[in-house]
Design a protein around this ligand. Structure first.
Ligand code: BG6
Length: 515
């Protein structure tokens, strides 16, 4: 193995005429109703995101926010709690008191959206009062478990709060994941949603799609002429997608134990990333063209059979997971997974995709690495030099340390022919010297603009479940113990065996401390 040097390339955003993106509609005024405002998601993600939009002057003046939650608390206490959590979780620090003051003026709170409470009538009244500033537009964010979606839609509909899609004013609903817990329940939930909403009004959020680095995958592929010709089975040996987290269940033991790593992060976030990396060029940058191409990738995923599980797909559970509150003492829920799978289409036939994800692993890193084929012939005559040649690797670093790097070989200065692998590296932070916005900021704003490009479409969600279902069913019907791994390790030994038996290794490697 040769040492990896990083070339000190100084990549900055090139100055020159400003390049104008295609015209994007602006965010429109509306009443934004956050159902579940007292919950974790609202406190950690949504409110800090909205606050930062306010701070960047991106939130239109005519946006009112109505929080709905189970606790009967006065608005002042709710705002106090929201401010505290924004101070803790906001990407900009410290909180600006004037901005917060302006932001807080937008809020109302309605407690107990339960049956017969009249909460939605109160909501309708509030919306009517603010109709002039909000232009009568309504945006709902269901930050609740999916089991509540149906009831909520029924109540909103009964209160007459859903505009017909052809009306001048709009109603849009953001649904938080998970959309179902398997294929059938996803179809059921989608059908139920379709009873009340047109697909154009339905925004299934996947916050990975709002990450700058994930959006950049398409820009990288389609704003550069030099990569796309190589982006196929003729030049690519294999692709790795890694999403390692250091955190555990973070107080979400009950949810996580029913969910597990595959439903939590693979079926949605990582398959969405996979689609961005592997899709065909869309006919335009219009949301439906992009989403059409992504669905084609999902349709081409090679089916998983029970016999593949344990051979191409390995799972693990970190030691101590069962001690979490809400987790069963004999839980078999996997907290980490490693898998090898294929996309059966012309572009990717025969190229293995390796995916690794999990909690309580050694380091937080989410990245996609494209491993190119080896050179066809070594010309250097010297076995040692030839052995030093590493295949090129392009790494798209999604987080942290957002950037892109390309590993290639170079002559090591000196008399002899010595080859060393070096890296050309682009870091977002250095290249653009601009803060990276949180995914929720972008996605909430997109919904206010009516742009669904970065939201999951119904057919895509159902198709990804079709791929995942056999895997989950096989695990759930098995009785054998789930391999354990140490917290802070690189996962169970089986994860390494899976890729090493093919003569490859995980791209993100630090110290190997598997069980
Ligand atoms: C969420 C999962 O959807 O994504 C969490 O429910 C996970 O378990 C999180 O930790 C990861 O998101 P990010 O943005 O921190 O990579």
């Amino acid at each position: 193995m040769t040492d990896l040097h990083t070339i000190g390339l100084d990549i900055h955003a090139r100055k020159g005429p400003e390049i104008h993106p295609p015209m994007r509609s602006t965010a429109e005024p509306c009443t934004l109703v956050i159902v579940g405002i007292t919950g974790d998601l609202a406190h950690r993600k949504l409110i800090p995101a909205l606050y930062n939009l306010e701070r960047s002057h991106l939130l239109p003046d005519g946006v009112r926010v109505v929080g709905m939650g189970r606790h009967d608390v006065p608005l002042e206490s709710l705002m106090y709690g929201l401010k505290e959590s924004t101070a803790e979780h906001s990407r900009t620090q410290p909180i600006d008191a004037d901005v917060w003051h302006k932001f807080a003026q937008r809020f109302d709170y309605i407690a107990n959206p339960g049956e017969g409470s009249g909460a939605f009538k109160t909501l309708a009244k509030l919306m009517e009062e603010h109709k002039e500033e909000t232009e009568g537009n309504r945006m709902f964010y269901f930050a609740t478990p999916p089991s509540a979606f149906g009831t909520l839609l029924k109540r909103i509909n009964a209160a007459g709060l859903i505009h017909h899609p052809r009306e001048e004013h709009w109603t849009r609903v953001i649904l938080e994941k998970p959309i179902g817990h398997d294929h059938d329940s996803a179809v059921e939930l989608n059908e139920l949603t379709a009873d009340f909403l047109d697909e154009k009004q339905t925004y299934r959020i996947d916050h990975y799609l709002g990450k700058e680095t994930v959006q950049n995958i398409l820009i990288f592929r389609y704003a550069n002429a030099i990569f796309e010709p190589l982006w196929n089975r003729n030049h690519i040996d294999h692709v790795q997608i890694e999403a390692c987290e250091t955190i555990g269940t973070e107080g979400r033991g009950v949810f996580y134990d029913q969910t597990g790593v595959v439903r939590d992060i693979v079926q949605n976030h990582l398959l969405q990333v996979l689609a961005m990396v592997t899709m065909e060029p869309p006919s335009s940058f219009h949301s439906e063209s992009i989403r059409d191409e992504k669905v084609k990738v999902f349709q081409s995923l090679r089916q998983i059979y029970p016999q593949d599980v344990g051979k191409d797909i390995m799972h693990g559970q970190y030691r101590g997971y069962r001690d979490n509150e809400g987790v069963a003492d004999d839980s078999r829920t996997p907290t980490a997974v490693a898998m090898r799978f294929w996309i059966d289409n012309w572009r990717w036939q025969g190229v293995p995709f390796y995916l690794r994800a999990g909690k309580r692993l050694e380091q937080k890193v989410t990245q996609v690495s494209i491993h190119f084929k080896s050179i066809p012939l070594c010309l250097f005559g010297d076995d040692e030099a030839c052995a030093q040649i590493e295949p090129n690797v392009l790494t798209l670093r999604i987080q942290p340390d957002e950037g892109i790097s390309l590993a290639f070989n170079s002559k090591v200065p000196g008399d002899a022919i010595n080859v060393g692998s070096v890296e050309m590296d682009m870091s977002y932070e250095h290249a653009f010297q601009k803060p990276i916005h949180d995914a929720y900021e972008r996605l909430v704003l997109d919904c206010m603009r009516g742009d669904a490009t970065l939201f999951a479409r119904r057919d895509g969600v159902e198709q990804t479940w079709k791929f995942i279902d056999p895997l989950i069913k096989t695990w759930e019907s098995a009785k054998d113990p789930v391999p354990q791994y140490e917290q802070g390790s690189t996962g169970p030994k089986e994860f390494h065996d899976l890729i090493e038996k093919d003569g490859r290794r995980w791209h993100h490697t630090t110290t190997d401390s598997s069980t």
